[in-house]
Design a protein around this ligand. Structure first.
Ligand code: MG
Length: 225
């Protein structure tokens, strides 16, 4: 626990927070069976009204791999770009900032529609909602994977109500981009990690630590077991 402000009674109801530099695990919890899927180790930049997680390039993450004729499995994969992941408690999207190369050139923001994050003993759980928005440094935006998202709604994997909710969330973010509201154009592109931070390592219990499923998964996902 950090020294949170407020009287002791107030402190008791607050959730435990992570400290800057702490190593945590960010997991996607699968739609079908609520198990850990894609997973990244990350360093906590801040954890208050905003959660900011840093995944530098060279980090070893777990990603899906499906050899022909076989089932998919999680394999180690090297992360290629510096990524700062800005996450908002209770909100169904995150905003990623990307830098490339040794000179750390800021290349884009990326809006990822996803489950509101939950806390675990080792970090945070969420899951992807297919739809994304790519945003240039000067805040021009474009949809990404709209077709894939619409297919999930059309084929009844996503309930129609949930599909509408994802779309509405995306449109709220687009209004923020167009109005140049934070976090867009708010200086995150100039953020740099403390030089003493080494690459985060995957927690040994990344797979065993029980998942904290989204409480609306039965409403959202028609194929959730
Ligand atoms: Mg996505």
């Amino acid at each position: 626990m950090t020294g949170l402000p407020g009287p002791p009674d107030d402190r008791r109801v607050k959730e435990p927070r992570w400290e800057p530099g702490d190593e945590v695990v960010l997991r996607y919890i699968t739609r079908l069976d609520a198990a850990p899927g894609m997973t990244w180790p990350a360093r906590v930049v801040r954890d208050d009204d905003l959660l900011a997680l840093y995944v530098p390039r060279g980090t070893t993450a777990m990603a899906w791999h499906q050899p022909p004729g076989e089932g998919r499995r999680l394999v180690e994969r090297e992360w290629r770009r510096d990524m700062l992941r800005l996450m908002f408690p209770g909100e169904a999207h995150s905003v990623w900032c990307f830098w490339e190369g040794d000179e750390r050139r800021f290349t884009s923001y990326y809006v990822n529609l996803e489950e509101p994050f939950r806390r675990t003993a080792i970090g945070f759980d969420t899951n992807d909602h297919a739809l994304d928005i790519v945003v240039t440094p000067d805040l021009a935006w474009a949809w990404k994977d709209m077709e894939e998202f619409e297919g999930l709604v059309t084929h009844g994997v996503y309930s129609p109500e949930f599909g509408e909710a994802v779309r509405a969330e995306a449109e709220r973010v687009i209004r923020d981009i167009e109005a140049r509201r934070a976090p867009f154009g708010a200086g995150w592109d100039a953020w740099t990690p403390p030089p003493e931070w080494g690459p985060p390592r995957l927690h040994p219990r990344w797979r065993e630590e029980p998942a904290v499923p989204w409480d609306r998964r039965a409403w959202a996902y028609r194929d959730a077991r």
